[in-house]
Design a protein around this ligand. Structure first.
Ligand SMILES: NC(=O)C1=CN([C@@H]2O[C@H](COP(=O)(O)OP(=O)(O)OC[C@H]3O[C@@H](n4cnc5c(N)ncnc54)[C@H](OP(=O)(O)O)[C@@H]3O)[C@@H](O)[C@H]2O)C=CC1
Ligand SMILES: N[C@@H](CCC(=O)N[C@@H](CSC=O)C(=O)NCC(=O)O)C(=O)O
Ligand SMILES: [Zn+2]
Ligand SMILES: [Zn+2]
Length: 369
């Protein structure tokens, strides 16, 4: 079938709006018609060429929601008409990772996903007869996309897809990093570096966890107003200080924070986020994704003296079993998604959504098919 899509032909170039060919689902696969998608910084990162797993040409996009059109042979857990959120972190329930009870990472499709193909090693997308790669197992920048059964969460049909698409990455990642990865306790002091969708979702999670003090840090002061609305209590612009930002935070907090979250993807900030943690117990959670070849460093003494460095992928959330609950919590007002959406546009304006994100003028732009 033909499908409207925004294709990443080359790194560093705008997406091309074209009609691509999409093959039907094979065994264990599902064809989904996307209703809405948004642009996460990770899409921009891969398009920039900084992603060591980045492949071109490809169909990017991983934050979306849609409706099942057709299922392949052997698919039992979904049927046409089901409303779904694509998952870049699959959940098969059977692999070593899923059975460990220790992680939300699933091994079932991750190897082929990273190579831009379906689990059988081939692609369902082509343009003028040339194969296009899949991306993160989701490729939500095509109106029709094909995913493995294990990469879809079935959610309520009552939920507006142009809102819950943000649960496919940003909102879930930030809230989950606080509640699942850090397990922030009531009364804690929290520092959040980077106030895009991920940082704001961390603030929302910290409010849910009843943190007493939430310090919002960004070099773009335009981000502070929304951070305040989400519940941040203190606002710090590193550009206004001559001291290293970790020293500024340590001085503000009588020795450092209980938890910090890096939501930018900057390895220097990752170091600052670790070093602003309190001696003896402070934990820093890396959420931001850094470019190819970049590495983190600190003095080992920072760890010897009790600070802990952790990472979080999709907020530690198991998508198939837990995302329907996140959707319910949005529907009953416990999770705020609407305030992340600064722009709504038709799908055709997707390159404008990337420009707004790069310019620091948007939190999330929802694109409507
Ligand atoms: N681990 C995971 O599961 C996930 C990771 N990510 C990653 O999380 C990161 C954030 O994503 P997202 O919220 O979409 O991105 P955004 O670009 O919307 O947000 C990043 C924010 O950080 C600010 N910033 C940039 N440099 C600094 C600095 N030196 N100090 C303080 N603030 C700074 C930016 O300011 P400005 O407005 O000026 O740009 C912006 O406000 C990305 O690296 C993304 O790839 C995303 C989803 C899931
Ligand atoms: N491909 C990159 C790393 C990209 C990455 O870290 N992705 C995050 C999700 S970012 C979402 O917006 C993640 O969950 N990673 C876990 C995974 O299994 O991919 C690289 O190779 O550095
Ligand atoms: Zn994302
Ligand atoms: Zn698994």
């Amino acid at each position: 079938m033909k499908s409207r899509a925004a294709v990443a032909l080359e790194a560093g170039k705008p997406l091309e709006l074209v009609e691509i060919d999409v093959e039907g689902p094979k065994a264990g696969e599902v064809l989904v018609k996307m209703a809405a998608t948004s642009v996460c910084h990770t899409d921009a990162y891969t398009l920039s060429g900084a992603d060591p797993e980045g492949l071109f040409p490809s169909v990017l996009g991983h934050e979306g929601a849609g409706v099942v059109q057709e299922v392949g042979e052997g698919v039992t857990s979904l049927k046409p008409g089901d409303h779904v959120i694509p998952l870049y972190t699959a959940e098969c329930g059977k692999c070593k990772f899923c059975l460990s009870g220790k992680t939300n990472l699933c091994g079932s499709v991750r190897a082929t996903q990273g190579k831009g193909v379906m689990p059988d090693g081939t692609s369902r997308f082509s343009l003028d007869g040339k194969m296009l790669h899949h991306y993160m197992g989701t490729s939500t920048f095509s109106e029709y996309t094909v995913l493995p059964e294990v990469s879809l969460a079935v959610v309520s049909k009552e939920a507006p897809m142009d809102k819950i698409c943000l649960l496919g990455c940003g909102v879930t990642t930030g809230i989950g990093a606080v509640l699942n990865t850090a397990k922030v306790e009531p009364g804690s002091t929290v520092a959040v570096f980077g106030l895009g969708a991920i940082g704001l979702a961390v603030i929302q999670g910290a409010v849910m966890a009843k943190a007493a003090r939430i310090i919002a840090i960004d070099v773009n002061p335009d981000k502070f107003e929304l951070a305040k609305q989400f519940g941040a209590t203190d606002f710090v612009n590193p550009k206004e200080y001559s001291d290293p930002i970790q020293q500024v935070i340590v001085d503000l907090t009588d020795g450092g924070v209980d938890y910090s979250f890096e939501c930018i993807g900057n390895v220097n900030v990752m170091r600052s986020a670790l070093e602003c943690c309190h001696k003896g117990w402070g934990e820093s959670i890396v959420i931001g994704v850094a470019g190819a070849g970049e590495e983190i460093s600190t003095r080992p003494f920072q760890l010897v003296t009790g600070r802990v460095w952790k990472g979080s992928a999709f907020g530690g959330v198991k998508g198939r079993s837990e995302l329907p609950g996140y959707v319910e919590r949005y529907m009953n007002g416990e999770i705020n998604i609407d305030d992340f959406i600064t722009h709504d546009m038709p799908f055709e304006k997707i390159n404008e959504a990337f420009e707004l994100l790069h310019a620091g003028k948007s939190i999330r732009t929802v694109l409507h098919y």
